[in-house]
Design a protein around this ligand. Structure first.
Ligand SMILES: [Zn+2]
Length: 78
């Protein structure tokens, strides 16, 4: 279970306001407050982002926003 997390709340707002765009091939565009970032999913399903927060902490609202979208939409079987 997730505790209340400001990052998660921010991510939820990004997802709900339609700021996550699926580009295909596991790549998403996320329009954040300070710019547009690319979140990419590798073949293991791990997400990474090109923003500074992700580089420093390994987690950011953009990645969480994409996770949030993925939870609402069922995972595609392959
Ligand atoms: Zn990010």
């Amino acid at each position: 279970m997730r505790r209340f997390d400001p990052l998660y709340e921010k991510a939820r707002k990004l997802a709900q306001s339609g700021r996550v765009e699926f580009l295909g091939n596991g790549v998403y565009n996320v329009v954040g407050d300070h710019g547009t970032y690319s979140v990419a999913e590798d073949h293991t399903g791990k997400l990474s982002c090109n923003c500074l927060g992700y580089l420093q902490k390994g987690r950011c609202s953009h990645v969480v926003a994409v996770e949030f979208m993925g939870k609402r939409r069922r995972r595609k079987p392959r």
